[in-house]
Design a protein around this ligand. Structure first.
Ligand SMILES: NC(=O)c1ccc[n+]([C@@H]2O[C@H](COP(=O)([O-])OP(=O)(O)OC[C@H]3O[C@@H](n4cnc5c(N)ncnc54)[C@H](OP(=O)(O)O)[C@@H]3O)[C@@H](O)[C@H]2O)c1
Length: 276
């Protein structure tokens, strides 16, 4: 939950930069200058790199996470163009407040809970459903707010699913199902945007598993152990590693490049590829 002080600070830091910024659109000659982006999961991993990429492209970025210190570190790196927001991404009140406050043209839902790495029968229902409670709730609440407000025409909402949504995740509890549902929610929202002529683009991204983040490193270790391999041997079976910098650049491309208008993309070290 945001404190009143944090809301006031955010409003002050972003005054004059929220909402629509002329008629050039996100792919226009001014890039993201004058545009506000809100990124969840910005304290580390993919979300952090996405916040950096959007900031370097000229956006004012509000970055959400629960770790105040890590967000402060990112603010020190990015300067006044970055506003740290300490909040729970799965809190529906925070989603409503922050959409009302920032009116982002770019909304990236990259926060995600790290699943307990155990096979099915070693899960309890709370551990199995953790990613539903965090990741799916987050995408449901923020997507709903984006449609309800609605965000301005030309806005883009990027939701983080996972390659596991296609391949499954046998030692990650309900993770794969949660991520498949996120892809569905994004597609449903795209249909509602079209039906209501809202002009909001919804796109889901399905990254491949990578050891380059905390969440990914834990999963790689678990899947390697399950196959009786050490981590380097496991990774050698999977091709080039996807880096957070590549994810940041891919999201920037999705936001800015009108050619990338498909509803769902796989993301590997080789780049984005359309999903049917
Ligand atoms: N890494 C992979 O291999 C991989 C592959 C496919 C998909 N993904 C997906 O990509 C997204 C980013 O993952 P990552 O690898 O970058 O993970 P990560 O390094 O573990 O970072 C997760 C981020 O989510 C935030 N977060 C978690 N729960 C939160 C909550 N309740 N409220 C607010 N923030 C929360 C964390 O911030 P705080 O701790 O500060 O709250 C952190 O910034 C996730 O949705 C993940 O499922 C990752």
């Amino acid at each position: 939950m945001l404190t009143a002080e944090e809301i006031q600070m955010s409003a002050h830091q972003l005054s004059g930069t929220t909402g629509l910024s002329g008629t050039t659109g996100l792919s226009g000659p001014t890039g993201l200058s004058g545009t506000t982006a809100l990124v969840t999961g910005a304290s580390r991993g993919f979300g952090r790199s996405i916040a950096i990429a959007l900031s370097q492209a000229g956006a004012s970025v509000a970055g959400l996470g629960r770790d105040r210190d890590r967000l402060a570190d990112l603010q020190a790196e990015l300067g006044a163009g970055f506003t740290p927001v300490v909040a729970d991404a799965a809190d529906p009140v925070a989603a409503g407040q922050l959409i009302d406050l920032h009116r982002p043209r770019v909304l990236v839902l990259a926060a995600g809970a790290s699943p307990l790495s155990r096979p099915l029968h070693q899960h309890t229902w709370p551990s199995f459903s953790r990613t539903w409670e965090v990741d799916v709730q987050q995408v449901f609440h923020w997507t709903r707010e984006a449609l309800l407000r609605p965000l301005p025409p030309g806005s883009v909402v990027v939701a983080f699913s996972s390659g596991a949504a296609v391949a499954g995740s046998p030692v990650s509890g309900g993770y794969a199902g949660a991520k498949a549902t996120i892809r569905f929610i994004s597609a449903y929202a795209a249909a509602e945007s079209q039906r209501g002529a809202l002009g909001i683009r919804f796109v889901s991204v399905l990254p491949q598993l990578t050891p380059a983040t905390e969440l990914g490193a834990a999963a790689v270790a678990a899947y390697a152990a399950r196959e009786g391999l050490d981590v380097p041997a496991f990774l050698a079976t999977r091709g080039p590693v996807l880096t957070p910098d590549q994810v940041g650049k891919a999201v920037l491309d999705l936001v800015c490049d009108p050619v990338l208008s498909h509803p769902s993309y796989l993301l590997s070290a080789a780049g984005l590829s359309e999903l049917q």
